[in-house]
Design a protein around this ligand. Structure first.
Ligand code: GLP
Length: 225
């Protein structure tokens, strides 16, 4: 695993193209299973996908995570973000979230459709992937977690005040993510550079959950300033 650096536009365009190809290839074959991330980093990928002529009718999506206590009408819920940012503009077969009802079945739901073909990932400034915070074991599955102070503070920029940020979330586990056939991790901004380098070139440790990706056979890592 190594870090490839390019502009944010080019990285987003490249990943959107990977998705485009897989979605169109799926039209005459198996369903395409796409794992999606939220946060500000994947935003441009979704903008690209919205503007492309893609047939998503055989694409099934699974989002990585969702806040506990925010329903889909809350502008900061990940369901709201994805509906507005992508799902309403394209003809997906179905879109899944590890919400309060489904999270206990989420890993089996993914297994039952044959596993995730492409998983898009961001990284938190503390090395989290999805909401797998430092200390998360390698064998973790989809579950409810407590968010760290660092994550609550980072994500408070999307809320009116830090007190409104949920303190818990439902998230795919490290094990769930590692079962994906291909993973594209994207980090944007100089504030992510140090943690990204630790994740990719440092010790594999639960203290940097993204470091487990070093053990994945097909993970590409992109960085842009
Ligand atoms: C959130 C999400 C992560 C995401 C991270 C980074 O905490 N749960 O999936 O990778 O934030 O977000 P951003 O791309 O906004 O920096």
């Amino acid at each position: 695993m190594r870090i490839r650096s390019n502009t944010y536009q080019k990285v987003s365009h490249q990943i959107a193209n990977y998705i485009h190809k897989k979605a169109n290839d799926s039209i005459n074959g198996e369903h395409f299973i796409l794992g999606l991330a939220t946060g500000s980093t994947p935003h441009q990928i979704y903008e690209e996908l919205k503007s492309m002529d893609i047939d998503f009718s055989r694409t099934i999506t699974f989002n990585l995570d969702e806040y506990v206590g925010l329903n889909e009408n809350h502008p900061q819920s990940y369901k709201y973000f994805m509906n507005k940012g992508l799902f309403k503009s394209q003809n997906f077969h179905s879109n899944n979230f590890p919400d309060e009802k489904l999270y206990p079945y989420y890993d089996s739901m993914i297994d039952n459709v044959g596993g995730i073909d492409i998983q898009i990932l961001g990284i938190g400034t503390n090395g989290h992937i999805a909401f797998n915070e430092p200390g998360t074991p390698r064998d973790s599955k989809t579950r409810i977690v407590d968010l760290t102070e660092n994550t609550i503070k980072d994500n408070s920029r999307f809320f009116d005040s830090i007190d409104e940020v949920p303190t818990q979330a439902m998230t795919m586990g490290i094990n769930t993510i590692m079962k994906s056939k291909a993973i594209y991790l994207i980090a944007q901004g100089k504030h992510k550079k140090e943690i990204l380098e630790r994740a990719v070139y440092g010790e594999i440790t639960p203290e940097v959950p993204a470091s487990f990706l070093q053990e994945h056979p097909n993970c590409e890592v992109f960085y842009s300033d």
